[in-house]
Design a protein around this ligand. Structure first.
Ligand SMILES: [Zn+2]
Length: 427
C-alpha cells in the first residue's frame, strides 16, 4: 500500500498543478475554450507524452493518450474523465479520474506490458457544459454523437461554439473525424469522486457504480391573479405561490415514499413582481427528477401532472408543464462490474454499490460501449465547491483497484475468455 500512497502523492500534486490553471485569479474555474483551458490541455498532453503515451489533442480539445496493442484488429478500452470545471469549483471533480488513469497507464508503459487491446486515456474537454449550456461536448465528439446544430450555440458574450473551436485550433467541420467508431470500443472505465456522502458516511474509500440515474428537467408555471395583500379576502384569492407550495410538498411526499429509487428537487423559484404587499400572481419554478428506474420516472411524471391539474382546478389558476431536458438511465455493464467487484474484494475493500445521481461522460459513451465506473470517497460528500477534497489514502485505493481491474481485463483477454463477458446493456 505504501507504493500506492506514493503514487497517490504524485496524482495529488498533478491535481494541484492543474487546479492552479484557472480563468479566475481568486478561485478555480476552467470552462471550455478559454486561455486557461488551452493551457490545461497542453499541460495534460505533456504529462501524457512523458508517460509514454501516443498523445494528441483533438478538434474539440479532448486530450488523448494511447497505449497500442500489436494484436491485429484490437479494440480499445477507453479510460476517461473531464478537465473542465464549474464556476468556483473543486479540483477533484474530473481531473482525479484522468490522473489515476494516467498513473496506471504510466506503469503499464514502464513495465512494457503487452496488451491484447489498445488502451486510450481521454481527458474530456467539456462535461459540465458551463459555457454553452450543453453537457458532454467532449465525449459526444468521441462517441460520434455530436449534433452540429450545437455549433451555433452562443456563450454569454455572443461567441459561437463554432468560433471557439476554431480559436483553440480545432476544425468545427472535422469533429466527426475524432470519433472512435462504434465497433472499435471494447469497454469504458471512468474513475470519479462520488459527489455524495454515502462512502464518507460508511467510511469506505471506493464504491462500485451500478448505474447512472435518468433525469427529467421541467419548468413549471402557476398563473393566478395578483392582488392587494390587504384588500382581497382569503377565499377570493388566486394565489400562484400557495398553489406552487401545495405542489412542492406533494413532490417531496412522493419522493419520500419512493426514496430508495427516486429524488426530486425544486431548486429555483421566481415570483413575478414579488412584493411583501402583493398576492403572488405568477410563479415559475424548476423541477428536477432523477431515478435509475425509467418506468418509475415516467410514472412519477404522470402522477405529478395529474396533481398539477387538480391543484389548478381547486384553486382556479392555470398551470403549465414544460419538459426542458431528459436523459434515460444508464445501467453499468454486468460483466465489467462483476470483474470490478471481485477486484475490490481482492484489494481488501468492502463492496458498496452506488447509483450515480449526477450525470457523467459514461452517459453518452453508453450508447457505443459497455461502461463501468468507480467512485472515490470525497470529504463529507462535498462537490462543485472549493472545499471538495479527497484524501491521499483514498486516491491510493482508487489506483490499487484500477490497476488490478485493468490487469484483470488484460488477463481475461489474453486467456481468451471471449469478450470478457461484456454483454452490451442498453438503457
Ligand atoms: Zn465530474
Amino acid at each position: 500500500m505504501t507504493n500506492y500512497l506514493k503514487r497517490a502523492g504524485k496524482v495529488l500534486s498533478r491535481i494541484n498543478e492543474l487546479a492552479s490553471i484557472s480563468d479566475s485569479e481568486t478561485y478555480l474555474t476552467r470552462v471550455f475554450g478559454t486561455a486557461a483551458f488551452v493551457e490545461a490541455t497542453q499541460k495534460m498532453a505533456l504529462w501524457m507524452r512523458q508517460a509514454g503515451l501516443d498523445t494528441r489533442i483533438d478538434s474539440i480539445g479532448n486530450v488523448h493518450g494511447k497505449l497500442r496493442s500489436d494484436k491485429p484488429g484490437a479494440k480499445t478500452l477507453v479510460i476517461a474523465s473531464h478537465i473542465d470545471t464549474v464556476v468556483n469549483a473543486g479540483k477533484f471533480d474530473g481531473p482525479l479520474g484522468v490522473f489515476v488513469g494516467l498513473d496506471v497507464l504510466e506503469h503499464l508503459f514502464k513495465n512494457k506490458m503487452l496488451l491484447p487491446f489498445h488502451i486510450e486515456l481521454i481527458a474530456f474537454s467539456d462535461e459540465e457544459g458551463v459555457r454553452f449550456h450543453s453537457t458532454y461536448l467532449g465525449s459526444k465528439v468521441v462517441t460520434g454523437d455530436f449534433d452540429s446544430t450545437l455549433l451555433n450555440f452562443k456563450d454569454k458574450d455572443g461567441k459561437t461554439l463554432h468560433d471557439v473551436i476554431k480559436n483553440i485550433g480545432g476544425d468545427p467541420y472535422l469533429l466527426y473525424k475524432d470519433a472512435i467508431p462504434a465497433d472499435e470500443w471494447l469497454a469504458y472505465y471512468e474513475i470519479h469522486i462520488e459527489q455524495g456522502p454515502v462512502l464518507y458516511e460508511r467510511n469506505i474509500p471506493v464504491g462500485l457504480v451500478s448505474g447512472i440515474a435518468g433525469q427529467k428537467r421541467v419548468e413549471l408555471t402557476f398563473e393566478g391573479h395578483a392582488g392587494h395583500a390587504g384588500t382581497v379576502p382569503m377565499d377570493l384569492r388566486r394565489d400562484a405561490l400557495t398553489a406552487g407550495a401545495a405542489f412542492i410538498l406533494f413532490i417531496e411526499d412522493y419522493a419520500l415514499r419512493n426514496k430508495e429509487k427516486i429524488v426530486a428537487t425544486i431548486g429555483k423559484l421566481e415570483i413575478e413582481n414579488g412584493a411583501s404587499n402583493v398576492i403572488p400572481g405568477k410563479l415559475v419554478c424548476s423541477l428536477d427528477i432523477r431515478s435509475v428506474d425509467n418506468q418509475l420516472l415516467d410514472a412519477a411524471c404522470t402522477e405529478f401532472k395529474e396533481k398539477l391539474q387538480l391543484i389548478a382546478k381547486d384553486r382556479n389558476i392555470a398551470t403549465n408543464w414544460n419538459l426542458i431536458q431528459e436523459s434515460s438511465p444508464v445501467v453499468c455493464n454486468v460483466g465489467l462490474n462483476e470483474t470490478l467487484k471481485q477486484v475490490i474484494i481482492q484489494c481488501g475493500y468492502e463492496v458498496v454499490e452506488l447509483v450515480s445521481g449526477a450525470g457523467h461522460d459514461a452517459v453518452p459513451v453508453s450508447k457505443v460501449s459497455p461502461v463501468s465506473m468507480l467512485f472515490v470517497r470525497c470529504d463529507k460528500g462535498i462537490s462543485h465547491h472549493p472545499l471538495e477534497h479527497t484524501e491521499a489514502e483514498d486516491i491510493a485505493a482508487a489506483i490499487h483497484v484500477s490497476e488490478n481491474f485493468i490487469g484483470q481485463l488484460i488477463k481475461k483477454h489474453e486467456n481468451h475468455y471471449g469478450n470478457i463477458s461484456i454483454d452490451k446493456v442498453s438503457s
